[in-house]
Design a protein around this ligand. Structure first.
Ligand code: NAD
Length: 389
């Protein structure tokens, strides 16, 4: 089976789906690898490193799609809503496409992908089982985002993070609040702690308390309880507006006392809940910083503008999207390892596993012209697929 790696085409995207490091593992089991010239350059992986490991460089995207049995991407059409549709005419029936496809996004886009006849696998749908942990690209990218969000806050804040005792007196540490203690939030806690800040964190899932504390964060307990806070996959669930209103009310004081707030609260397939209102922002000290990692999903702060940094009452609200691309070397390395582990699992002897297991079944999005994924069909309110998987 030939794997093709095109250059990512989303504007500003610097990651690459496979890095040279993983190529020997793929070649060992019989894969051939084609890489579009320059695909890894912006992530720190020039063509020569790929050829050294036995990959072949091809000149352009058309050659990659034309020759590959399996196309490995980071942002496929679906998650790449700017240039992704240019790949549609290059896709062909039976070809395999893997990457971020935003499976709980637009049904029209998914139908366009299905109509090409490709067998597509969305990494977002990876089951959260021990077995699939090494394939979990969503968690890898969340880790990078949590880390980078804190660094962004640190360089934007007009204060120092750690406590310093100097000849010029003592500097008190910055207070950092993390809202949403999932993968990104936990990495944000760890990063802010390494920089010496005093860190607190809140999540509506009670299970997160122990994790926050194990990283040296103070867990903010609110006297409200979410109904079924966590679904079977471990994701936070959507709550009603009265719950969010109560959260905002109770979080007000903690937000006002924080120099930095990093928010990561999202619910799969839903608009992110607003947990910080404009009023709450106005009660923060001048110079404070909010980094809203939910910006692309509507934002956890009422004032967030996706892709922009805005200033309101001297508080900076950073709504950068696609933060993982800003650490392209390691984001690509982690992604490539996840993808390699996934491909080694679903492809055996040059063919997709015949009797697909849970991992293959849950990640397969389209096949033979149809959206075949049961969870996605249910989410999009489509009738069960005729070829129900
Ligand atoms: P996520 O990215 O879906 O959401 C981020 C966090 O926001 C979650 O912790 C969620 O509870 C929280 N949140 C949502 N709405 C909220 C609200 N209104 N108020 C406060 N917090 C809110 O989360 P995630 O990174 O996918 O992690 C969710 C859980 O799944 C974590 O416990 C994580 O460790 C676990 N996880 C397990 C596996 C695995 O078993 N393989 C893999 C990844 C994550």
């Amino acid at each position: 089976m030939i794997i093709g790696v095109p250059k990512e085409s989303y504007p500003g995207e610097r990651r690459v789906a496979l890095v040279p490091l993983v190529i020997p593992n793929l070649k060992k089991v019989g894969f051939e690898i084609l890489v579009q010239s320059g695909a890894g350059v912006e992530a720190g992986y020039p063509d020569a490193l790929y050829t050294e490991k036995g990959a072949k460089i091809v000149p352009d995207r058309t050659a990659v799609f034309g020759q590959a049995d399996l196309v490995a991407q980071v942002l496929c059409y679906g998650s790449n809503d700017v240039t992704g549709n240019e790949d549609l005419p290059l896709m062909r029936r039976g070809q395999i496409i893997t990457g971020f496809l935003r499976p709980l996004g637009s049904v029209d886009v998914l139908q366009q992908i299905a109509a090409t006849g490709v067998t597509s696998f969305a990494v977002e749908l990876m089951p959260r089982t021990t077995r699939a942990q090494s394939m979990d690209a969503l968690s890898s990218m969340a880790t990078i985002c949590g880390y980078k969000a804190v660094l962004l806050a640190a360089v934007t804040l007009p204060r120092i993070f750690p406590m310093l005792t100097t000849a010029a007196g003592t500097i008190t540490p910055s207070r950092v609040l993390i809202i949403g203690a999932g993968v990104a939030g936990l990495q944000a806690i760890a990063t802010a702690r390494r920089l010496g800040a005093v860190v607190s964190a809140y999540d509506m899932r009670p299970a997160s308390k122990e994790q926050v504390q194990s990283l040296g964060g103070r867990f903010v307990e609110l006297p409200i309880e979410a109904k079924d806070a966590q679904d079977a996959r471990g994701y936070g669930t959507a709550q009603d507006e009265s719950f969010y209103a109560k959260q905002r009310e109770l979080l007000g004081r903690t937000v006002a006392e924080s120099d930095v707030v990093v928010t990561t609260a999202v619910v799969p397939g839903k608009k992110a809940p607003v947990l910080i209102t404009a009023d709450m922002v106005r009660k923060m000290a001048p110079g404070s910083v909010i980094v809203d990692l939910a910006a692309e999903r509507g934002g956890n702060c009422e004032l967030t503008k996706a892709g922009e940094t805005i200033v309101d009452h001297d508080v900076k609200i950073i709504g950068r999207i696609n933060l993982a691309t800003e650490v392209p070397y390691h984001a690509s390395q982690m992604y490539a390892r996840n993808l390699t582990s996934f491909l080694l699992h679903i492809v055996k002897d040059g063919k997709l596993q015949a009797n697909g297991d849970e991992i293959l079944r849950e990640t397969m999005l389209t096949q033979g012209g149809e959206i075949v994924n049961a969870r996605v069909r249910e989410f999009l309110k489509l009738a069960p697929a005729p070829t129900a998987r």
